[in-house]
Design a protein. Structure first.
Length: 309
């Protein structure tokens, strides 16, 4: 009788311990879940807020570009208001920073083709020169032509259509359309990651037929215009424009570039890259927008990438 009572109280104690343990586990789990929920909500709110701020930065950039067209309609250079980099501005709960960069001071990869999809020989020669001066295999230019052009006939001598990529460990095909991002070049046969890193600052992807803005082009890009412009000549040209614009492009480049190159260069730009970064608490939102400004000063975004950390 006494033994059985002892057994029963032993079971009661174990049951009580078990109930407390389960109760504690549930409580801890509930607390954990609710903390997670709170963090999730907080992150979502901050990301939404960040998105609104970067959209605001786009409107701000459009305003600057419109004002710049009033200030200096005939030239776009580093002396313009769009070229001024602003220190991060405080906003409620964080900071916002933005900068504009002239994309037409870089080589437009989509200019390797003419509007009808045929090869633009002038563009290919310029890209080959750019690659060579950066110590990258110039044969890549021909492979990029095949990568973009609508046909599936390998270009001669340098080219690469589907069979070139079908032999890879993970086979893939050529897209045969214009690029929307320079990063796509990393998939082109022979383009090493390190070579891409070296090339990236000098190239852009814009609609076909854009002119090169010589007021913002770097030495390597200016040197790509002609065999007669080496890096030291290019740097003399940059010294001549002196952080502003060439006073007379025709005379500065006369004798240096072939006649057929003149229609492909200019002193103005319609395309800018806005990089806007918003930091709110532990959340960071970065937006890159390719902005196109028309002749009336109206700006629209033609391409956007968004990153949230
Ligand atoms: Ca301007
Ligand atoms: Ca092709």
């Amino acid at each position: 009788m006494i033994a059985s009572q002892r057994n029963q109280s032993g079971v009661a104690v174990i049951t009580a311990i078990l109930v407390v343990a389960i109760g504690t586990a549930i409580a801890v789990s509930l607390l954990w879940e609710s903390t997670l929920d709170q963090r999730r909500t907080e992150s979502a709110v901050l990301a939404d807020q960040g998105l609104l701020y970067v959209q605001g930065a786009e409107a701000w950039a459009a305003d600057i570009l419109r004002q710049d067209l009033v200030n200096s309609p005939d030239s776009d250079s580093f002396a313009d208001i769009w070229a001024i980099e602003l220190a991060p501005l405080p906003v409620e709960g964080g900071t916002i920073a933005g900068r504009l960069e002239d994309l037409q001071g870089k080589f437009n990869i989509n200019n390797l083709l003419n509007g009808d999809g045929s090869e633009n020989e002038l563009g290919v020669r310029q890209f080959e020169r750019l690659l060579t001066s950066l110590d990258i295999d110039p044969a890549i230019a021909g492979r990029v032509v095949d990568w973009l052009d609508p046909d599936t006939e390998p270009r001669f001598p340098d080219g690469g259509e589907d069979p070139t990529y079908g032999a890879e460990e993970i086979p893939y095909r050529t897209p045969n359309v214009l690029l929307t991002s320079t990063t796509e070049l990393m998939a082109v046969y022979g383009m090493e990651q390190e070579a891409y890193r070296v090339l990236a600052p000098y190239i852009c992807v814009l609609p076909q037929g854009t002119t090169l803005n010589v007021n913002t082009a770097s030495d390597y890009v200016l040197a790509s215009l002609s065999d007669d412009i080496d890096l030291s000549t290019a740097n003399s040209l940059i010294f001549e424009r002196a952080d502003a614009e060439f006073l007379d492009i025709e005379s500065s480049f006369g004798g240096l570039i072939e006649d057929e190159v003149f229609p492909t260069i200019d002193g103005v730009s319609m395309h800018y890259l806005l990089t806007a970064t918003v930091t709110l608490g532990s959340s960071q939102t970065t937006m890159r927008s390719v902005l196109q400004r028309d002749s009336s000063g109206i700006t629209r975004a033609i391409f956007r990438t968004l990153g949230v950390h």
